[in-house]
Ligand binder design. Structure first.
Ligand code: EPZ
Length: 416
């Protein structure tokens, strides 16, 4: 029935293991296309976005096989082909094939990647940057063709540190002629993971993790064995869940060093956090505090992907909280569903004002996208009574098995 049923109102207790990162594994899978060899990707999460990317790579001619959480991508015999069809539309991560296909073939035709409810998701920054590397873009009604006789390294400054555009420039630059200097590059940990994967394959990239990347093109790339880092947003989702319900949890393999902004806010709200080599322990024994003002920002700021989980938790924090969403233009869709559960939230474009209520009450709510869906599951764990979250498929794009994880943490939750 594409739903999740939760009987909420209890504290969380238990331990769960954090899966591999969705937003790290997708660009790494695209990067495997640049390598005329076999690449082994470990700790790969079993999520539908990965399944889509597997289909796309297979369509292009890669041999992709999976055993448990290990993916094998053999990109020795791939064909220049249209990257189109249902797998491309409706999913952003396919856009990363743009840079990889240009790097491998110098040409690709693809449908405009589907946007989603959080925003228009334009690709102007991607295309402008690639054009500086000698790529010509031919736009049709439904598709566009990007072509470059010879990708050439260039000095590129992004107008905004777009994660996807940074990834596409890196993927094109490793196979371009000459050096590419990318300024105002995104600094998210997922960019670092992509650079680490490519460096392991023989690419020469300097400045990893910083705002300026220097990529030497033309290096011969060889197959690698690479472990995907843990997912900081999945770990953050569970970190904030226990703030919503109270309790004591342990998040095994949580990538603590990538979670500083989330941990800082959680402590301000009343969480007691202890990091160790194995993961993150979180104890919340008293009521959480409201947050007078917080804004989402590019890394290392508070991540936009954590905005919905935070909003759910703040809905019962005593006092008034204000969240400003600075990254996407329409990322407050979940507020309407939360108000069905008794939340008091006013939104106007970029800002949401949340007045904490005593309790949420369970009811039927609808996920409209991935992280808003996760926020509704958190609200269901917090609410008195039973909550049904419909459109589970949105959540499965990024969470391997959110019900299994919450059951680990003692929640009465089942898929339907
Ligand atoms: C990546 O999306 C992530 N997706 C998103 O995670 C994440 O929210 C986002 O980065 C920001 O951190 C993947 O990695 C697969 P952007 P991306 O380009 O690359 C505007 C999730 O829930 N923009 O940094 O699409 C854009 O509209 C997903 O896991 C342009 O205007 O993000 C947005 O307002 C959601 N023109 C802002 O920049 C462009 O050409 C940030 O976008 C590109 C982007």
């Amino acid at each position: 029935m594409d739903a999740i049923r939760i009987r909420g109102g209890n504290a969380l207790f238990g331990e769960t293991k954090i899966q591999g990162s969705k937003n790290a594994v997708l660009p790494v899978m695209a990067a495997a296309l640049l390598i005329e060899d076999i690449s082994i990707i470990e700790n790969c999460p079993r999520i539908t976005d990965v399944l889509h990317m597997q289909k796309l790579l297979t369509k292009i001619g890669c041999k992709v096989s999976r055993s448990g959480r290990t993916l094998m991508i053999d990109a020795r015999h791939v064909s220049r082909d249209k990257v189109a069809g249902e797998s491309v539309t409706g999913m952003r991560s396919s856009l990363m094939l743009l840079g990889a296909m240009l790097g491998r073939f110098g040409e690709v035709t693809m449908e405009y990647p589907g946007g989603c409810v959080i925003g228009k998701r334009p690709i102007d920054i991607h295309l402008d940057a690639l054009q500086k590397m000698g790529v010509s873009i031919q736009k049709e009604e439904e598709t566009f063709t990007a072509m470059a006789k010879r990708l050439t390294g260039s000095v590129i400054t992004l107008p905004f540190p777009s994660v996807g555009a940074t990834e596409n420039v890196i993927l094109a630059a490793v196979r371009a002629k000459g050096v590419t200097v990318l300024q105002n590059a995104a600094k998210e940990p997922e960019i670092t993971a992509l650079c680490n994967f490519l460096q392991k394959a023989g690419a020469l990239i300097e400045g990893t993790g910083g705002p300026v990347l220097i990529i030497q093109g033309g290096c011969r790339l060889h197959g690698v064995q690479f472990k995907v880092p843990s997912d900081r947003i999945v770990a953050g989702t569970y970190l904030f869940s226990v703030l919503g319900t109270g309790g004591h949890i342990f998040l095994r393999d949580a990538p603590v060093s990538q979670m500083r902004s989330m941990l800082k806010l959680a402590v301000e709200m009343g969480a007691e956090v202890t990091a160790s080599g194995e993961g993150l322990s979180v104890i919340v024994s008293a009521g959480k505090k409201a947050v007078p003002y917080v804004k989402t920002d590019v890394y290392p700021g508070f991540p936009t992907d954590m905005q919905s989980p935070l909003m759910a938790v703040l809905s019962t924090a005593a006092g008034v909280s204000v969240i400003e969403e600075t990254i996407f233009e329409d990322r407050f869709r979940m507020a309407l569903e939360l108000s069905k559960m008794g939340a008091e939230i006013l939104t106007d474009g970029k800002k949401a004002v949340i007045t904490g209520v005593e309790k949420l009450h369970g009811c039927e709510v609808y996920a409209k996208e991935l992280r808003g869906g996760a926020g509704l599951v958190i609200a269901g764990c917090m609410a008195e009574g039973e909550t049904i979250v419909r459109n589970r498929h949105f959540i499965e794009r990024g969470y391997e098995d959110i019900c299994r994880d919450y059951q680990d943490l003692g929640v009465n939750i089942v898929t339907e």
